[in-house]
Design a protein around this ligand. Structure first.
Ligand code: ADP
Ligand code: MG
Length: 596
């Protein structure tokens, strides 16, 4: 077969295959054009999942007759003034969206400029262009796409249900709306109930409109500049993580992107706080010198390439860690909501709740240990009620109680839960989870300043292991020494522990070293142990923590609460579970139906 130059409509259809993958990609191109045209209000309407109708209407600059004719031509763009690709400040620049859409659908572009007496329109039906016709309209541009892919069965086959395509359209509009809080967005049409996001210019307000007030409430602001990268946006609290990545929004210079460097950086920043299979919610905005990023690596411009990806990664991780660090002990408010949701009012028919039913009124004013003891012997006779494991302390409200966010400890339940009260809330703390996080953070802080302090064992602890474990522990010994754990081979099948991290106090050395040996066996050998330091520290922290089941004195409990308030990330344990739950007095009243 001889080589021939392809006819233009075929070229356009080939290009359309890249740019116009599905209705959502058409919507993306059209809305980006409207934004580039300086629109302040954009209305997106779709029907049939975008297959039967897509209309994007804007109040931007519009086009005059010459521009209108050129706009539907391939490689015609108003956006590359000088012939360079390395300083792109508009969303579009390839000049092929309208031409491509016109190749695979029925396209109408209508436009009117500020000074024009009236509007004009041009129609393109699978690359056949009409004359320019008059069109009554206000300033701006209205692009209508009908019968998308009608003549392209190969493409139609790959489309999902109308509902799924409509959802993809909504997702695209969300991302564009978040990137452009200065623009009023309306999403309408028979595909959905309408969304209306007026512009008040504030990023935070827009994020709330799009991602919900819930997210904004459970997120902390980002604001870091590093390596010439400005990072802003909102980072969700770790306890607000999701099961998929739909609540992750990434923007670079106002462009919504999906980028491995950014995804990886977010994952790394949250690695300590969120389980591997959970996704933190985040709206991440990067501002970077346009010359330091190549946006021309993907036909739909969804991917990009950073010149200094290491610097970008560093800036993002720093921004998130700083923000989460400032949030400190804060756990997500949805934790308390989940707890409240779990309570159900007891059914009226069922047996009376034993304790309340049996206790004469006033008998529960357990202000002294003696009364508490009496109470215990009375209630102990109830079938099915375990011995209560609460400890009561005589309490005078300390005057400063209001000033502590986590309140003042009042009691310990089941040897693991600290009950505290701050001004208007009941705070329940999981002492083991909380302490684990505290020890972990202390470890990391100490390690940052050099090897962790150790304490000598009077008599080395000798632990027996299978030979492979001994080998692995011996290999890891220099790394473990940095963490304050000094091990030595002790014959073929034993390890001697000479010094342990001072932070851990008198803990279960045997269990700790076995745990580390398990970890070493489980981790991929190819992975440098240095990258596993955090996991080792986590294991150490777990062993060094106040186990559940340990009785704490009131001053010990309060010391724990105060340290939580001072320590970054203490709102969740190292496994990503919350360390405390706060129930507002109003929530408690609601639980008991006391609110009017
Ligand atoms: P690109 O956006 O890459 O330039 P398009 O095919 O999307 O290519 O658009 C071609 C040209 O048509 C744009 O450069 C712009 O001049 C004009 N245009 C498209 N949409 C609009 C709009 N909504 N308002 C004003 N001008 C538009
Ligand atoms: Mg464009």
């Amino acid at each position: 077969m001889s080589i021939r130059q392809l006819p233009e409509d075929l070229i356009n259809r080939i290009a359309a295959g890249e740019v116009v993958e599905r209705p959502a990609s058409v919507v993306k191109e059209l809305v980006e054009n409207a934004i580039d045209a300086g629109a302040t209000r954009i209305v997106v309407t779709t029907a049939g999942g975008g297959r039967s109708l897509i209309r994007v209407e804007d109040d931007g600059a519009g086009m005059d007759r010459d521009d209108l004719v050129l706009s539907v031509e391939r490689h015609a763009t108003s956006k590359l003034a000088d012939d360079g690709l390395d300083n792109i400040r508009t969303l579009g620049f390839r000049g092929e969206a309208l031409a491509s859409i016109g190749a695979v659908a029925h396209l109408t572009v209508a436009a009117r400029t500020e000074n024009a007496a009236s509007g004009l329109r041009i129609e393109v039906d699978r690359s056949r262009k009409s004359q320019v016709l008059p069109q009554a309209m206000n300033r701006g541009t209205i692009v209508t796409v009908r019968e998308l892919f009608a003549g392209v069965p190969a493409r139609l086959k790959f489309l999902k249900s109308d509902r799924a395509e409509a959802a993809a359209v909504a997702d695209v509009v969300k991302r564009l709306a978040m990137a452009n809080p200065q623009v009023h967005f309306v999403l309408d049409g028979s595909d959905r109930s309408p969304s209306n996001w007026p512009a008040d210019g504030e990023l935070r307000a827009r994020v709330m409109q799009v991602m919900g007030a819930d997210f904004a409430e459970n997120a902390v602001p980002l604001a870091t500049t590093r390596h010439g990268v400005v990072v802003t946006g909102l980072a969700g609290l770790p306890t607000y993580s999701r099961a998929n990545s739909l609540s992750q929004f990434y923007f670079v210079n106002g462009r919504s992107v999906r980028d491995k460097v950014l995804l990886g950086a977010v994952r790394a920043a949250y690695a300590d706080f969120v389980f591997r299979d959970r996704f933190p919610a985040i709206a991440l905005f990067l501002s970077i010198d346009p010359a330091a990023v190549d946006v021309n690596v993907h036909p739909a411009k969804a991917e990009l390439r950073f010149r200094d990806s290491g610097g970008v990664r560093g800036a993002v991780i720093r921004a998130i860690l700083d923000a989460l660090g400032e949030a400190g002990y804060r756990a997500s408010s949805t934790v308390a909501e989940d707890v409240l949701g779990a309570f159900r009012a007891p059914e009226t028919e069922s047996a009376p709740i034993p304790v309340l039913g049996a206790a004469p009124s006033g008998a529960f004013s357990a202000t002294s240990p003696a009364t508490a003891g009496q109470e215990r012997s009375q209630t102990a006779s109830f079938d099915g009620l375990a011995e209560p494991s609460a400890r009561y302390e005589a309490f005078e409200l300390p005057p400063e109680e209001d000033s502590y966010p986590l309140g003042t400890a009042r009691a310990q339940m089941f040897e693991n839960f600290i009950v505290a009260q701050n001004g208007d809330a009941l705070v329940l703390v999981d002492q083991h989870a909380a302490h684990e996080r505290l020890v972990y953070e202390r470890f990391k802080a100490e390690l940052a300043g050099g090897p962790v302090a150790s304490q000598m064992q009077l008599i080395p602890v000798v632990i027996e292991f299978p030979e492979e474990d001994c080998e692995r522990l011996e290999d890891a010994a220099p790394t473990l020494a940095r963490l304050g754990l000094y091990l030595e081979r002790f014959g073929p099948r034993a390890i001697a522990v000479r010094e342990t991290p001072a932070l851990l106090g008198q803990s279960d050395i045997d269990g700790l070293v076995k745990d580390i040996a398990d970890g070493l066996a489980e981790w991929d050998n190819s992975e440098a142990l240095g990258d596993r330091l955090d996991s080792i520290i986590a294991r150490m922290a777990c062993h060094g923590s106040v186990r559940s089941g340990r009785v704490l004195r009131v001053d010990e409990m309060n010391a724990l609460l105060r340290e939580m308030e001072r320590t970054p990330h203490s709102g969740q344990c190292i496994h990503g579970r919350p360390t405390y739950v706060e129930l507002k007095k109003a929530d408690l009243e609601r639980m008991f139906g006391r609110t009017r």
